[in-house]
Design a protein around this ligand. Structure first.
Ligand SMILES: [Zn+2]
Ligand SMILES: [Zn+2]
Length: 471
């Protein structure tokens, strides 16, 4: 590990950071970020699939494809195909040397193809595998297919070049607390607080509690004995011994808590959603925009990315998705949407911690402030995109904060047609960074986080089934 001047460096080349230094915010390690993204992809909204999968033993699985430590694909199982199969269809031989992060240990059908493609590493969340063992334990009538599959997976694993493993890392000190505090301060909660007098932090915690319950049911195994049985069948008997077993479960629990907290920072309640910031009276906008569920899902991806940001004060995340115009719609778990790129705010690639100033505008001397050096989340997402932006297709960027004056023309120039973002900073002019251009931007549809326009007109409209939390 290279040390730079000032010995503030805590990053290693693999992106691991387990200790948070004084005055520095805790960050997610890349491995944990990819793992969280894979869990979140498993929850990609799709009614059709959830109905279909209920009866089968195969569980919906999320997948993140990483090449050179950058995300090049976000996938999840569809009605007909597993996440691993979709990755093979989408990336083909480009999977060679990639790292794959699965929300469940892939089944033998997926694993043989992935191994065959020459991937470097396969990491999976050590809970119930894709071919559910938990269900097999519950159903006494089962034919033992899941156990047979687990054996086949082990055999494929031991004979393959790829490293199949569990890659969870301990979280940085205070990470859970930090995510909680910053979630309450993020643009989305702030906006609800400002506009919705009935909202309180109590409601946030209530909402979060529901999410924690939902996510724990999905991603954890409540019975320790069942968990151990499953780990053994997956060839992880080493993890069944203490202190490893206890710390594994603790680690998993904390990651699920982080995911639930981040998911609660853009709550699907209080009548808030992403609506056109300057609606046209007679347009067909409603058909053109994403469903609220989908928009929330993508903005939460961006919120997760923000916890990898390098700016001390505010992490920002951005993700770009596009909507395929023709064909292939049914194969993919993400429907007609496909991933284009993502990023978070960071100093230029390859720079060391002490290469650039980290001061903000409280520092009087403008020359030693950070602003001229940080690459914004949107800029990284556009630079490191893994697909071209097709002007014929609808391309959307999801950002956790209002895009600044440096980014607005970039987004438009890149041909991105829709922006989903927070707008708390809109119109603000700070010493080194301004948000004046977003409001005046035309030719790009701007969906900002706000109260449902209809509910503003008739505050107490009855019969709206989407309302939650009694607001
Ligand atoms: Zn599979
Ligand atoms: Zn910017």
């Amino acid at each position: 590990m290279q040390r730079s001047q000032g010995s503030l460096e805590t990053r290693s080349s693999t992106g691991t950071q387990t200790d948070s230094m004084q005055g520095q915010v805790p960050r997610l390690s890349k491995v944990n970020l990819f793992t969280l993204m894979s869990l979140w992809m498993e929850m990609f909204p799709s009614d059709k699939l959830d109905r279909a999968k209920k009866k089968t033993q195969t569980k919906k699985t999320g997948l993140v494809v990483v090449s050179n430590m950058r995300i090049i694909g976000l996938h999840c199982s569809s009605e007909d195909l597993h996440a691993g199969q979709i990755a093979v269809i989408k990336h083909g031989s480009k999977l060679k040397d990639c790292d794959l992060y699965f929300s469940r240990k892939p089944c033998s059908v997926c694993l043989k193809m992935i191994v065959n493609a020459g991937v470097n590493r396969i990491s999976y969340w050590p809970s119930d595998p894709e071919m559910s063992l938990q269900q097999e334990f519950l159903e006494h009538t089962s034919n033992g297919d899941a156990k047979l599959d687990a054996k086949a997976v082990e055999r494929l694993k031991s004979n393959s070049r790829a490293h199949v493993c569990v890659l969870l890392q301990p979280l940085a000190c205070y990470m859970v607390q930090f995510v909680e505090e910053t979630s309450l301060k993020c643009d989305f909660i702030q906006k609800i607080e400002k506009k919705q007098p009935l909202f309180s932090t109590g409601l946030f915690y209530e909402y979060r509690q529901e999410k924690i319950k939902e996510f724990e049911t999905r991603f954890l195994i409540s019975s320790e004995d069942t968990h151990k049985d499953i780990l053994r069948l997956m060839g992880l008997e080493n993890l069944c011994e203490n202190p490893y077993f206890v710390s594994l479960r603790q680690n998993m629990k904390e990651l699920v808590l982080i995911l639930a907290t981040v998911a609660s920072s853009v709550p699907n309640c209080c009548d808030f959603g992403f609506y056109l910031s300057d609606p046209q009276p007679n347009s067909e906008e409603s058909q053109q925009s994403l469903s609220q569920e989908m928009a929330l899902h993508c903005i939460i991806q961006a919120r997760l990315l923000a916890y990898r940001g390098e700016d001390h004060k505010t992490g920002v995340g951005a993700v770009i998705w596009a909507e395929r115009k023709f064909g292939g719609v049914d194969c993919d778990g993400t429907g007609s949407l496909y991933f284009l790129g993502c990023g978070y705010n960071a100093f230029p690639v390859g720079s060391e911690y002490a290469d650039f100033p980290h001061m903000d505008d409280k520092q009087k001397d403008r020359e030693i402030r950070k602003f001229r050096y940080i690459i914004h989340a949107e800029q990284n997402a556009i630079t490191f995109r893994c697909n071209e932006i097709n002007p014929e297709e609808k391309t959307m960027i999801f950002v956790t904060k209002c895009p600044c004056d440096e980014c607005v023309p970039l987004i438009k120039g890149a041909g991105i047609q829709q922006i989903y973002a927070g707008d708390v900073d809109i119109g603000k002019k700070k010493a080194d960074i301004s948000y004046m251009k977003f409001g005046a931007l035309t030719g790009v549809r701007k969906y900002t986080w706000q109260q449902h326009p209809q509910s503003l007109l008739s505050a107490n409209q009855a019969g709206d089934g989407t309302k939650e939390n009694g607001v």
